[in-house]
Design a protein around this ligand. Sequence first.
Ligand code: RP5
Length: 160
Amino acid sequence: MAQPLVGIIMGSSSDWETMRHAADTLKALGVEHEVKIVSAHRTPKRLYDYAASAKERGLKLIIAGAGGAAHLPGMAASMTSLPVLGVPVESQALKGMDSLLSIVQMPAGVPVGTLAIGRAGAVNAGLLGASILAITDDQLAARVERYREEQTAAVADSPE
Ligand code: RP5
């Protein structure tokens, strides 16, 4: 198996319905990735081990999705210098506003690139991650360009 470049992590298996869209997007663009459940609250040691070893294992970027009191992206970012993209998963109680604010309001010094709540954020995390990696990968850059062109070509002139 090829070396994964992107690590997709999420706080719970219940996040997969959202985070699978990040994985699908990376797959469509031919970006090798791995997918793990890593909870900031329920498996803190797993989070430490994952984030602390991510760079030496060859990952270039982490996409972290979580809902509610969503500490996962920020805690991961605190333990690695890799870029971390955060996806707020839509929670039942507060429709993801809790997740969004938990992820986006990082203190200065530890950035998390925060995307939209839910599926749009997961898709865009995959696209943004691919664009970041494409800076040093011309073949991937061409695939990202083609994805955009196909998306543009798929937009109808009229709704009927
Ligand atoms: C967070 O709590 C997870 O990221 C998930 O979005 C939320 C609820 O988790 P479950 O109770 O569904 O496992 O840690």
